[in-house]
Design a protein around this ligand. Structure first.
Ligand code: GLN
Ligand code: ZN
Length: 765
């Protein structure tokens, strides 16, 4: 029988039990015991699900109360000094939460560890901070206890651990991180020995860093580490799990490591790489093929996959295992609660629970003697679903396809260069020096949420709902008058989420009711699913923006979510290239931009906070991605005449390596988040001699703190060292959606005052 397993299962629980329990615990509504009970229940349920589906192994170690990288930090005792943990003391959940969320000690705040995106996913991990004083020791026994629990149920655990090299790669330190390698290997050896004593047969060590281009020193570290680790164990077997890409230049390295099993991501391994691997694959190792997509929500084309797997099996013979391409934590748990999705589309989908079935069926089909009626029926249904998706007329739109074909370079150019446009726009919009504005959203109050909820429940009709939203816009307009901002926004009260809102108003999107995916800690997101060609039937934002403009004396900025961000924060199609989908969104937005302009809107902002997030993991692929991503922004934005000012907004990302592309977007104004990093991000713009206007954020919207006038003046003066003052805008870091009105009142009043003061100061000097 071909062995089956997965790299990990979602840990939030079928009904987001973990989220609810965590938040209740933080609010002190439940105690630690209850939280741990809920955690244990989720783990057991996941094990039993994996077992009952027929997987050969169940995973222990893929559960975490916050984050799997933080789990390792807690297990090896790498706690930053500021948390005041006594040397050699055991690390419990409370300390783990302190690191993830920050805390106070004797009234003084201790800042949380940084959080950043895990490779190219939307999952955020807690960045380990390695300090010279760190002496690693086994400081938490969670993993060993979980193994015991699993064995007690009579199940066969495969233990999942984040690998030492990937852990180091993801960590930050003031000294060379590789200095920590010897002591890290030492502690991993101890952990493996302990697992061996517990009679664990397999440990899956996640080393996704093997899919990025590695410097030589890091490659050497792999050899050193795994040679040492393999020497310390006798019976225990190691599988190295690589995912989110092909091995590229690391193929030889991986094949030579002294381990028992190599897992590769077949979904993302290029054909040539796969052939190379199969040709050279060592006879003393097992190969786990990640052939069921763990990053997407589509049913696998089982006939195709069976063909592919058969070919690999013919070469690898009895040494092949079948698995998901990566952990299933990046997709929703189950389709069982999706009652509202159109039946036809529902039949094309497969979430984590359904992917388990696909894996098991595939293994049965590969060993024909275990194929029974059920399996035959399953594959027949699968084939039907795949065919229905290919042929279904709700997927494909002739007119959309024609429009894509007609795209030429003319779609990518504004009429004149920024210099010419600037002069024309100045006459049109008449803004003072240091124009003040915001990024779009204003506080999402209970009134707004209540209106949305009652509309959903059918307790109010759409007219009543829209009346409430218009009232909100008037209120937000009055507030902006009171602050005396120079360029207004409508405030986005009608938007639940910046991507979902556009998805709901475009053809080609479908929404789940329970399709939650963990983003970090207790935060979950519910990405829309793009199933078909994207088309705009009628204007989406125009009447709201126009309403705001008709009620303002100042120019109102139209507010749109950009094509790359809409694509990036949705589940994408797997039946056409990403860039084709993105171009379709861009064309729909282009029409919206045109309509906004025609209705008299003078400035339009197209947000692209997810632009950088879409960067491929291998540097060699950057250019290809950035070219189509930037083109899509330009397709959406460049339809306007010179008079219309195009803004864009990006936040919480590094710009250094992509600044040339940002410049190519040719937005008249870019607003970015810089308050948090104390203007450090501006260096990239200065070094590049970026030419257009910039609004460096001077209000960190992630805190409850009110920035003082003087502090904001200090930040602007600092910014003026990198950007000439005639190109500086004044604005917060990002949208104000999560803030309270009184915070916004004080902060924006101060922000405008800072601009006044600077204008007076400059007049005098
Ligand atoms: N316009 C959006 C807002 O203000 C931008 C949000 C974002 O950058 N994530 O909410
Ligand atoms: Zn932002």
């Amino acid at each position: 029988m071909i062995k089956t397993h997965i790299l990990g299962y979602p840990r939030i629980g079928n009904n987001r039990e973990l989220k609810k329990a965590l938040e209740a615990f933080w609010k002190k509504d439940i105690n630690l015991k209850t939280l741990e009970k809920i955690g244990k229940k989720i783990r057991e349920k996941n094990w039993i699900t994996q077992y009952k589906t027929g997987l050969s192994y169940v995973n222990v170690g893929d559960f975490s109360y916050y984050d799997q990288v933080l789990n390792i930090t807690a297990m090896i005792g790498a706690i930053p000094k500021r948390f005041n943990i006594r040397e050699n003391s055991m690390i419990n959940i409370t300390t783990l939460f302190k690191m993830a969320r920050g805390c106070t000690s004797k009234g003084k705040p201790i800042s949380a560890c940084e959080m950043t995106k895990y490779f190219d996913t939307n999952y955020h991990y807690i960045v380990p901070e390695l300090e010279i004083h760190n002496k690693f020791f086994i400081s938490n026994h969670t993993i060993f206890n979980e193994v015991k629990d699993c064995q007690k149920l009579g199940l066969n655990p495969k233990v999942v651990l984040m690998g030492p090299i990937t852990y180091l790669w993801l960590a930050k330190s003031y000294i060379n991180k590789l200095n920590f390698l010897p002591s890290l290997i030492n502690i991993y050896s101890k952990i493996l020995k302990k697992l061996e004593k517990q009679n664990v047969e397999w440990v899956q060590i996640d080393e996704p860093v093997l899919v990025v281009e590695l410097p030589k020193l890091w490659k050497d570290s792999f050899e050193i580490a795994y040679k040492k680790l393999s020497k310390t164990i006798k019976k225990l077997k190691i599988m190295i799990a690589t995912y989110f890409g092909g091995l590229g230049k690391n193929i030889d390295l991986v094949l030579s490591l002294p381990i028992h099993n190599i897992h590769i991501d077949i979904i993302r391994t290029p054909k040539n790489d796969l052939e190379l691997i199969l040709n050279k694959f060592p006879t003393d190792k097992l190969l786990s093929i990640g052939i069921i997509n763990g990053r997407n929500i589509w049913k696998s084309n089982l006939k195709d996959i069976l063909n592919k797997a058969t070919k690999i099996n013919n070469i690898i013979k009895t040494r092949m295992w079948i698995s998901s391409s990566c952990s299933l934590m990046h997709i929703p748990i189950s389709l069982s609660k999706e009652k509202k999705i159109n039946r036809t589309i529902l039949n094309w989908l497969s979430f984590a629970r359904q992917k388990l079935d696909e894996i098991v069926i595939l293994s049965k089909l590969l060993t024909s003697y275990s194929v029974g009626e059920n399996e035959i029926k399953y594959i027949q249904d699968n084939t039907k679903a795949i065919e229905s998706r290919k042929l279904c007329n709700i997927v494909s739109s002739h007119s959309v396809k024609e429009r894509i074909k007609q795209l030429t370079n003319n779609y990518l150019q504004r009429n004149h260069s920024y210099y010419t446009r600037k002069k024309i726009q100045q006459k049109q919009i008449k803004l003072p020096l240091f124009p003040t504005t915001t990024i779009g959203s204003f506080p999402q109050t209970n009134t707004i949420r209540l209106a949305r909820r009652t509309l959903k429940l059918g307790k109010i009709n759409i007219e009543a709902y829209e009346q409430i939203m218009r009232y909100q816009i008037l209120f937000i307009t009055a507030k902006q008058n009171f602050y005396d901002l120079d360029m207004f926004v409508h405030g986005e009260p009608e938007r639940n989420d910046m991507v979902e809102y556009f998805g709901e108003n475009l053809n080609g999107f479908v929404f789940t009711t329970n399709g939650w995916v963990q983003s970090y800690g207790s935060r979950c997101v519910k990405p829309p699913i793009i199933y078909g060609d994207i088309k705009r039937n009628k204007p989406i934002t125009v009447r709201w923006i126009k309403y705001a403009q008709n009620n303002s004396f100042k120019p109102v900025k139209g507010m749109l979510t950009g094509p790359v961000t809409i694509l990036q924060w949705s589940f994408e199609r797997d039946d056409q290239p990403k860039e084709t989908t993105c171009k379709q969104i861009a064309l729909a937005l282009r029409d919206e931009v045109k309509d906004l302009e025609q209705s008299g809107i003078k400035a339009i902002q197209i947000d692209e906070p997810a632009l950088r997030e879409g960067l491929p993991l291998k540097k060699k692929d950057y250019k290809y991605y950035l070219n189509w991503a930037i083109s899509c922004f330009k397709i959406a934005s460049s339809i306007v005449s010179d008079e219309t000012q195009i803004h864009t907004h990006m936040c919480y990302s590094q710009f250094n390596d992509i600044i040339a592309y940002i410049s190519e977007m040719d937005a008249d104004v870019i607003t970015i988040e810089t308050a948090r990093s104390n203007m450090a991000l501006l260096k990239a713009f200065k070094a590049f001699e970026y030419k257009n206007e910039i609004g460096p954020g001077i209000y960190d919207i992630h805190t409850t703190n009110i920035p003082s006038v003087n502090y904001m003046i200090y930040l602007i003066k600092k910014a003026a060292k990198s950007i000439s003052i005639d190109r500086i805008w004044i604005n917060p870091d990002c949208g104000l959606k999560t803030r309270k009105w009184d915070e916004v009142d004080y902060s924006l009043k101060n922000m405008v005052k800072a601009a006044y003061k600077l204008r007076i100061y400059l007049n005098k000097n």
